[in-house]
Design a protein around this ligand. Structure first.
Ligand code: BGP
Length: 496
């Protein structure tokens, strides 16, 4: 018999407005940066079309996932006729939230991770007044969740900012964003006081290094701009923590990191050093947000690369005084690295490093490695000793819906079983204080990386296809019933 998970463990699922919510022009919502991303495919990047209103010049940029996209000066993203923009309707939580939340409750969810679409609350981002209609929408969503005793976990900025802020300020590159974000965060904390206890500031904050448009709305970019951008986010996060605790001492604010443990491919010491340096690149963000200080290795790096931040001593006081309350992260698998040549690299929609002969992977090249969860939990807990929350984990698959509406996703059940077991080991063998687990994309939604629908993660299938067609009807997959049993048994019954 397996040992049960703690009674208060928050089992659930995760989503984000930019991939799930839809209703992109409803309720006076403004355009945000994800509304202008076209669809793509595994090896065909999503695009952003733009126009320069002064010169009339037009073009498009491709959204790579490893090299940040850089727009020409004066370019303004535009919607191009004939292109598909999957985030605009997404899988339409906007009109299906009652139905979806009822299904989550049926599975026994204790928590639901979602994000607020910033431009639904402040359509342009920098106006005086919040949009009441937008605020009211989330009131209804939170009330519905609370009706079933489901705890909302709310990300304030998940891969989107109001488009106007990207165009006008170059997104987070500008310090003005700190106050703009603070105002948005305070509006939300006040409005949903008593309804929402858990917040995350920025989704996968470390992704600014690879995709500064998606993560931070930065259009013209270089290493110094990104360093300043993330610094502004650190200060914004610290101010949000301060405000949240003042408004309601019950609110806990977390940070969110994309964390894939790195493995050295060989026992060559050079590979160990490479892995160590890579780990520094990733943990820099949590060192600042959870540890409260800029680590020496990053200061040295900035010095070497001649990167200068604004000289504002009060920023560092805020960062030190208001670290996050908990650490959340996404973890889908591991990345294997080497300094050696002549090795085979995994073929994914972004680099997952060297192909690891011990691991299988899905059609997008994302490997299945349950050990990565236990390792991630141990690394992060040893370093910060703060509560942890796995807010994303799961597997994308091109599921097939049968004529009778069933979806036989045994591969998903297999993936989740070993990952949940790994989490159980971290709790029972290592004593990690894990708050919860929200499986990514619990209801099928648009893939952030490729804009596809076919890369499905859910327990619930949504009839929506890559070409934008579909009835949006919901169907329970086999994994729906399996997860229901897992939650009901407190993680002791992981069998088919
Ligand atoms: C994480 C993002 C999510 C989600 C997930 C899966 O990086 O936080 O938004 O999309 O990855 O990635 P994808 O959608 O590309 O399959």
């Amino acid at each position: 018999m397996r040992q049960p998970f703690p009674d208060q463990f928050l089992w659930g699922g995760a989503t984000a407005a930019n991939q799930y919510e839809g209703g992109y022009l409803e309720g006076h919502k403004g355009l945000n940066t994800s509304d202008v991303l076209t669809n793509g495919e595994r090896l065909r990047p999503r695009r952003i079309y733009w126009k320069n209103p002064k010169t009339g010049e037009e073009g498009f940029e491709e959204m790579g996932l490893t090299e940040p996209v850089n727009f020409p000066e004066g370019a303004v993203p535009v919607l191009k006729e004939g292109e598909l923009y999957p985030s605009q309707e997404a899988t339409d939580f906007y009109h299906h939230f009652k139905e979806d939340i009822a299904l989550m409750a049926e599975m026994g969810f204790k928590a639901f991770r979602m994000s607020i679409s910033w431009s639904r609350i402040f359509p342009d981002g920098d106006e005086e007044e919040a949009n009441e209609e937008g605020l009211r929408f989330y009131d209804q969503v939170f009330d519905e969740l609370l009706k079933y005793g489901i705890e909302p976990l709310v990300t304030l900025s998940h891969y989107e900012i109001p488009l106007n802020l990207a165009v006008k300020y170059n997104g987070w590159a500008d310090r003005k964003m700190i106050d703009i974000f603070e105002k948005y965060a305070v509006t939300v904390f006040r409005r949903y006081k008593g309804k929402v206890r858990y917040y995350l500031t920025f989704n996968e904050i470390n992704l600014i290094a690879a995709n500064s448009f998606m993560e931070a709305g930065i259009m013209q970019t270089n290493p110094e701009i990104r360093a300043r951008g993330v610094h502004n986010q650190f200060v914004g996060s610290a101010k949000a923590v301060k405000a949240a605790h003042e408004i309601d001492p019950d609110i806990q604010v977390g940070m969110m990191l994309a964390y894939y443990p790195n493995y050295p491919y060989t026992c060559d010491p050079q590979d160990q050093i490479y892995v160590m340096e890579q780990q520094q690149e990733n943990l820099f963000y949590s060192d600042v947000q959870a540890g409260g200080y800029y680590p020496e290795y990053i200061l040295k790096k900035y010095e070497r690369e001649n990167i200068k931040l604004d000289d504002c001593p009060e920023d560092y006081q805020l960062i030190q005084k208001y670290p996050v309350d908990f650490i959340s992260f996404s973890c889908y698998g591991s990345i294997t690295l080497t300094t050696h040549e002549g090795v085979e690299y995994s073929k994914g929609n972004f680099s997952m490093g060297v192909a690891n002969p011990y691991l299988s992977s899905n059609a997008w090249g994302w490997n299945v490695d349950p050990a990565s969860l236990r390792i991630a939990l141990n690394v992060l807990y040893a370093r910060y000793r703060k509560p942890l929350w796995i807010v994303e984990n799961g597997i994308g698959w091109d599921d097939v819906k049968e004529d009778d509406g069933s979806v036989h996703d045994s591969y998903r059940i297999d993936y989740l079983r070993v990952n949940i077991q790994s989490m159980a080991d971290a709790i029972h063998l290592d004593g990690i204080p894990l708050i919860g687990y929200t499986m990514w994309g619990c209801v099928d939604l648009v893939s952030a990386g490729t804009g596809e629908m076919r890369k499905r993660y859910g327990f619930i299938y949504v009839d929506k296809q890559d070409d934008g067609t579909g009835t949006l009807e919901r169907y329970k997959k086999d994994s729906f019933y399996w997860y229901q049993k897992v939650i009901a048994s407190k993680g002791t019954d992981l069998e088919d």
